[in-house]
Design a protein around this ligand. Structure first.
Ligand SMILES: C[S@@+](CC[C@H](N)C(=O)[O-])C[C@H]1O[C@@H](n2cnc3c(N)ncnc32)[C@H](O)[C@@H]1O
Length: 223
């Protein structure tokens, strides 16, 4: 058993549980055609994000790392009428494609896309008093995850959720002497989440079409 099996099972899960959808499938096609790196969440993971937002009753979502807007569409579709989603993206080319994909999904009025460094954007959101957010999804440059986590804690409401993607990184998370900046970032993030008062966190390892990885779910105390 290995990557081929993981991919076959992911394809099976997608076929059984993730209905074809013109906006979501179109966003992936457009991203592929535009040459974006295939680093979006897999369809079952996108649906997981959607279900998590619905279970949490999220009305406000903050996303760090938009790419072509695939996970953005999944999350925005979980919002009730009047809900809003802010998504942050560094790359203007990615943002341009995401805007088109969000428009095709009929979500332009729900989603605010801010272009620039996420560190700056998160600080600006805090200064503007743009929070609190019910759910934050962190999925940008992995080395900066500890910073995004700290800044997100200022923006998420008590009782809110932070989900961090790609935290296991093919096991590099625990490999001594790894030079993988992303893995080192995820190690620092785990230390922060483990020692921080007022949060509860756990990490789930995953395999699938994206290989061997995992995500961390953080619940901020209070409600
Ligand atoms: C893994 S992709 C996001 C995938 C997306 N969440 C999805 O699943 O469809 C990471 C994105 O973060 C963006 N990014 C990288 N560094 C960033 C930074 N410093 N600030 C904001 N975005 C950044 C990249 O350009 C890329 O589009």
């Amino acid at each position: 058993m290995g990557p081929e099996t993981w991919t076959a099972v992911d394809d099976y899960i997608t076929g059984q549980l993730v209905e074809p959808d013109p906006a979501l499938d179109g966003a992936l096609d457009a991203s592929r055609q535009a040459g974006l790196p295939p680093i979006h969440v897999a369809p079952p993971q996108g649906k997981f994000l959607h279900l998590l937002a619905r279970i949490a009753g999220a009305r406000t979502v903050l996303e760090v790392g938009t790419l072509g807007g695939y996970s953005t569409i999944w999350l925005a579709r979980a919002l009730p009428p009047g809900g809003r989603l802010v998504t942050l993206e560094l790359d203007e080319g990615h943002a341009e494609l995401a805007r088109a994909n969000l428009a095709a999904a009929g979500l332009s009025d729900v989603v605010e896309l801010r272009v620039g460094r996420a560190t700056d954007a998160l600080a600006a959101l805090d200064e503007e008093g743009a929070g609190p957010f019910d759910l934050v999804f962190i999925d940008a440059d992995k080395a900066s995850t500890p910073t995004y986590f700290e800044l997100s804690l200022k923006l998420v409401r008590p009782g809110g959720i932070i989900l961090v993607d790609n935290v296991v990184r093919d096991g590099a998370l625990v490999q001594e002497g790894t030079g993988d900046e992303g893995a080192l970032g995820m190690r620092r993030f785990h230390e922060l989440a483990g020692h921080r008062q007022g949060v509860q966190a756990t990490t789930i390892q995953t395999v699938g079409v994206k290989g061997y990885d995992g995500f961390t779910l953080v619940l901020v105390d209070g409600a």
